[in-house]
Write a new protein. Sequence first.
Length: 82
Amino acid sequence: MENDRGDIVDLYVPRKCSATNRIIKAKDHGSVQISIAKVDENGRAVPGENHVYALCGFIRAMGEASGALSDKFCKTKIWKRD
């Protein structure tokens, strides 16, 4: 929820899984959030800019986390598939 100035005032904003778009509940202790820094043309990290990926425990328990992350990395052009 936002106030009149546009600030988010909710106490808890749930995350969504990057692979399944499921809401990650507060009690999902198997979930992870990975931040990968964006880099400039010289290969240096750009401060304050990063790609954030959240994976729910369901995807990790099925063993699909690496496949889901590699799909997201290719879509955002972090790396190319061979």
